[in-house]
Design a protein around this ligand. Structure first.
Ligand SMILES: [Zn+2]
Length: 128
């Protein structure tokens, strides 16, 4: 059985408008989302109704904290940030061990193999 991302199946997630398609959507962008159950790749369609509303704030409105402000390509769910806060404060776990556990949840074949995929595929990098 082969794993297929939602974006490869053609799913486009619209921002703004309560999940409905924006009538003047400006562009779509592949986005790697880090959630408590691992990494996910989505294609998002940004709302174009307010051209002054930056993409990272549109993501924030959807409870996603973008890894960068300029042309975000990855984001963290608020739920993940809360879980990491507890992980760090209560368990004294580092960001490294937390991210490593997310790697394992995404692909339990081995840390090294996933890192190769992350490094070789710009769409799957952690940085934007
Ligand atoms: Zn719109």
């Amino acid at each position: 059985m082969e794993e297929v991302s939602l974006s490869n199946l053609g799913l486009v997630t619209s921002l703004g408008h309560g999940g409905h398609v924006c009538p003047v959507a400006t562009r779509t962008q592949e986005l790697t989302v880090l959630h408590i159950d691992g990494f996910h790749t989505f294609v998002v369609a940004y709302c174009g109704c307010d051209p002054l509303l930056p993409h990272h704030l549109q993501l924030f409105d959807s409870k996603l904290f973008s890894a960068s402000i300029d042309q975000p390509r990855s984001a963290f769910t608020f739920e993940l940030l809360r879980q990491y806060q507890i992980h760090h404060l209560e368990g004294k776990g580092s960001a490294y061990t937390y991210i490593q556990s997310l790697y394992r949840l995404t692909n339990d074949k081995g840390f090294g193999e996933l890192m190769v995929r992350l490094v070789t595929s710009p769409a799957n990098t952690l940085r934007s």
